[in-house]
Design a protein around this ligand. Structure first.
Ligand SMILES: Nc1ncnc2c1ncn2[C@@H]1O[C@H](COP(=O)(O)OP(=O)(O)OP(=O)(O)O)[C@@H](O)[C@H]1O
Length: 920
């Protein structure tokens, strides 16, 4: 425990004590000796990236923002302007220095103006607003703060508009891209896939039937030819046959996706299937989490959780299926019913049906339901309803903050705020949004009025608990955590403990929600739940019913699989010859992605990538190709993040290139496709990502690029879905080859844009430093007279927490099998798996009291070994591509004649994953 926590704890306790004595005299907080404020302390970035060490341009931007914020917040020591500028100056050429000097002068003028404006309008709070990031920057949900314009907001999703002037001129990479694009010669792009020939393979024209037919064909009659037709497996890519055959002979033990590994990997499949089956039992009731639970765990859960009251449960179950069910059956108050009807919420979703009665009865709840099933309203409706029962008082000193809703990201908190205000719009309930990146001062001012509901990200909330006079969590009666499983992860552990400690325990109702909610008692116990009810509405780890999940195989003969990927390998380091392009999966991904986005999924598409740097680079490539794309990740300022979201939501951009920051909770209407540029590190993360589409009963499609290291995740996805939901998409090799050529042409342009952007940013940083110096000079008295803010975590604490979170994430990756067997020969891999399986079965046998004996487990393994022995041991020659060289085109007709898995053709394990599904 960080040393600071003891003092925090006592602080919180003393605040509670003080607050309980009198409402009329809000207790003054004792400010402890200031620890230095870490930059971005409250930036709850949900990225699971491992790119923190990457010096990214947007990171520079973020630093610049911090520098600016620091200037306006005036907490750091003033530094001589010369010193601050020196490092930036050193990097600049003569011309750049001249430009900088110009900017310097212009900046000076601006600063004078802004200081004048600031002193003019300083009446906002206490006559001083210097601690705000930007006094004019407001987050206004409906433009007027009233929530009156819901209909418009509803039609296009929750409103995330931002009003107010910008803190500084936004550096616009779009301008740089546009400038470069104009000078580019026309780039060859693959034609749309709506012509007959191409739709045979890529199968994504407007007609749903055609699309399904084509993909089904690819799925079940996947020939050797087919599987070679993407990822660089065609005669058009010189030398590929040889490469593959060599690879098949030499590396057949190492390539679980290659066709020649098919016989050998049957055992692997079985072993993996068994594991998957055991780990991912469907559980469509609140009662059983998994059969693999030990008796001890079951007993622990039985003691920890309360049974769902039978009346509520049975009526809810019938309600959830009955078409005539309506919100009026819950006896909600008129203003709430009116709001629901204005939102066109006519009947409750299943999770709402089961949650609302229990939540109204003040029960603690641990709830899980599939993405897009209405969990936000499930906790928001009863919360607001309970607030309408409160005793009303016109006296502000009697007002209390009774509800705290926590979310892991700012965007999600903003969305919850928007939903809450909409449902409460006919009541007098007041909300306050407390998230990082927005004005601390205006939040402080709102908190002083004691709004009934506070919706927050943890870091900013703790900042207010520690530093905003009169704000305490002493009166919290309802604590809700959205994406609670995320909040329970190590990265949030310290913050969550601090918050829970600061809330009263006694009469508090706690509700936890997530699509991937855990019922692991060890994790939940620290939240002081009181016999919570488990409400798991959908089968565990399932996707929305109307989601079609497509998978595109990424084939590389090298070892540069996804695990090692960070950066746009296909663009940054494009190979010089097309032949070389088949060497790494990473080299294929940009081309595959762009083939999808230029031909098939041309709008309303979110592309998830695993690093901020990659998101930015892809944005440049998209821009240079004339595709309108925004980026969303943690290296952007909050303003840029909201801008990107709103532009995408409003259809101003067709693509949103995002990290996992955007994977959870965001409800953007009209998202038709989610593309996973790479497989995320955990299956939970996959579920959240693909859950950005097919929401609220709508159709949606996800397309995931699957490399060899992702096969286990692919199998999980297939296992958890119906056969109609999963498809194998094949992109014609000529299309990919053409895209690779185009990317090759673009490479120098991408570099140029990055360089120009860097220069612009260097200038901007210089401006910031100047502004900071000016602020320091103009407001020195005020700055040094202020009490310093105290911080919950030092930078080191935060880094430790992040490192723990990252370690856990990496461990999850290993658990999910991404890298577990990487680098092992087939033989070693199989014997390792066998050993693990025997060990696991032994454990299970002893845990289940001998129901399945260790001996029995070994026997299973023995049977599998015997089965394997009865098969031909090795094909010897790669069966791929022998027949197909001259038949790259018109694969439909050709392949339609082939039989799945028969006729001497060997199907890849990738294809078998799909075929197996069909057989089930
Ligand atoms: N009763 C209802 N009737 C109609 N639409 C609803 C109802 N409840 C919620 N919705 C709509 O369903 C969509 C998804 O809701 P919400 O964002 O709460 O899903 P979620 O379960 O929290 O998803 P996630 O797990 O991704 O966070 C929203 O657009 C919301 O407006």
């Amino acid at each position: 425990m960080p040393a600071s926590q003891n003092s925090k704890h006592s602080l919180a306790a003393s605040k509670r004590k003080a607050a309980s004595t009198s409402f009329s005299t809000p207790p003054l907080k004792k400010k402890s000796a200031a620890t230095k404020r870490p930059a971005n302390d409250d930036d709850f970035i949900m990225t699971l990236d491992s790119d923190d060490d990457v010096e990214d341009l947007d990171a520079i931007n973020a630093e610049a923002d911090d520098a600016d914020a620091a200037a306006s917040e005036s907490e750091s020591e003033p530094e001589p302007e010369q010193t601050a500028q020196a490092p930036a100056d050193e990097k600049l050429t003569k011309n750049q220095r001249k430009r900088k000097e110009k900017a310097h002068l212009a900046g000076k003028e601006k600063i004078v103006e802004s200081v004048a404006a600031r002193s003019k309008s300083n009446g906002v709070v206490n006559g001083k607003d210097g601690m705000a990031l930007d006094k004019d920057f407001e987050f206004d949900i409906f433009g007027d703060g009233s929530g009156a314009d819901y209909a418009g907001a509803e039609s296009s999703g929750w409103d995330m508009s931002v009003t107010g002037t910008r803190m500084h001129k936004k550096l616009n990479v779009d301008d740089i891209i546009e400038k470069r694009r104009k000078d580019l010669p026309a780039l060859p792009l693959p034609a749309d896939d709506d012509d007959e020939q191409e739709s045979e393979d890529s199968a994504a024209d407007d007609s749903e039937d055609d699309l399904d037919d084509d993909i089904r064909f690819a799925e079940y009659e996947d020939s050797d030819d087919d599987e070679d037709r993407f990822g660089g497996g065609d005669a058009n890519i010189a030398g590929d046959d040889e490469d593959d055959q060599d690879a098949a002979e030499v590396d057949s033990q190492e390539d679980p996706l290659s066709s020649d590994a098919s016989d050998a990997s049957d055992d692997d499949d079985e072993a993996q299937d068994t594991q998957i089956a055991e780990q991912d039992q469907d559980s469509d009731s609140s009662q059983d989490d998994s059969d693999s639970e030990t008796e001890q765990e079951k007993a622990k859960k039985a003691a920890f959780f309360a049974e769902e009251p039978s009346s509520a449960s049975s009526s809810a179950k019938s309600k959830s299926t009955a078409t005539e069910t309506s919100f009026s059956t819950f006896a909600l108050s008129r203003p709430v019913l009116r709001a629901l009807s204005s939102l066109s919420f006519h009947k409750p979703t299943p999770i709402q049906s089961r949650t609302i009665p229990l939540a109204l009865a003040a029960k603690d709840i641990v709830a899980g339901a599939v993405t897009g099933s209405g969990k936000t309203a499930a906790f928001m409706i009863p919360t607001i309803e309970r607030l309408t029962w409160r005793a009303k008082s016109s006296n502000i000193h009697e007002a209390k903050t009774r509800v705290l809703i926590l979310a892991p990201t700012r965007e999600l908190a903003i969305q919850c705020y928007s939903v809450g205000k909409s449902i409460a719009k006919f009541t007098d309930i007041r909300f306050c949004l407390c998230v990082g990146g927005l004005s601390v001062k205006s939040q402080e001012a709102e908190l002083k009025l004691r709004p009934e509901v506070v919706i927050a990200t943890p870091g900013r909330l703790i900042d207010h608990v520690r530093n905003s006079a009169s704000f305490t969590l002493d009166d919290i009666e309802i604590l809700v955590m959205d994406e609670a499983d995320r909040m329970l992860e190590d990265g949030f552990a310290d913050e969550l403990n601090e918050i829970v400690k600061s809330c009263p325990k006694g009469a508090r109702q706690t509700m936890l929600f997530s699509a991937t909610m855990t019922d692991d008692v060890e994790q939940l116990v620290r939240l002081s739940l009181k016999r919570p009810v488990r409400l798991f509405v959908d089968p565990k780890r399932s996707t929305a019913k109307k989601l079609i999940q497509e998978f595109v195989r990424v084939r590389g003969t090298g070892s540069g699989g996804v695990a090692g990927a960070d950066g746009l390998a296909g663009v940054e380091d494009l190979p010089t010859t097309p032949a070389a392009t088949g060497r790494s999966e990473d080299a294929q991904r940009p081309a595959l992605l762009l083939s999808l986005c230029t031909r098939t999924f041309t709008t309303q598409t979110i592309v998830f990538v695993r690093s901020k740097k990659l998101a930015h680079q892809l944005k440049i490539v998209f821009g240079l190709l004339g595709l309108s794309a925004g980026e969303l990740h943690g290296d952007l300022s909050q303003e840029q993040r909201i801008d990107a979201l709103t532009a995408f939501r409003d259809g101003k951009t067709d693509f949103l290139l995002a990290t996992d920051l955007a994977s959870r909770g965001l409800d953007i209407k009209g998202v038709s496709t989610v593309i996973n540029y790479d497989m995320p590190g955990s299956f939970e993360s996959y579920l959240h990502r693909v859950g950005r589409t097919a929401r609220a009963g709508r159709n949606g499609r996800s397309v995931t690029l699957v490399g060899e290291a992702d096969r286990r995740m692919l199998k999980l996805a297939i296992k958890q879905s119906t056969s109609e939901q999963v498809k194998h998409r094949i992109i014609p090799a000529p299309v990919v080859a053409q895209m690779l050529e185009t990317l090759e042409t673009l490479k120098p342009e991408v570099d140029t844009v990055l360089r120009e952007e860097k220069e612009e940013k260097a200038l901007r940083i210089a401006e910031m430093e100047l502004k900071k110096g000016e602020n320091m000079a103009s407001h020195a008295d005020e700055i040094f007279s202020r009490p310093k803010r105290t911080w919950f975590q030092s930078k080191a604490d935060k880094e430790t927490a992040e490192a723990m979170s990252r370690a856990k994430y990496e461990a999850t990756q290993k658990k999910d099998g991404r890298d577990k067997y990487a680098g092992l020969s087939r033989k070693k891999r199989r014997s390792k798996m066998m050993r693990e399986e025997i060990e696991r079965e032994r454990k299970e046998a002893s845990a289940s009291g001998g129901a399945k004996t260790a001996q029995g487990g070994s026997m299973d393994a023995g049977i599998r070994a015997a089965k394997k022995a009865s098969r031909p041991t090795k094909l010897g020659v790669a069966p791929v591509k022998v027949v197909n060289k001259g038949k790259a085109k018109g694969s439909k007709g050709k392949s339609a004649g082939s039989k799945p898995g028969g006729g001497g053709k060997v199907r890849s394990s990738f294809s078998r994953d799909f075929g197996d599904k069909k057989r089930r």
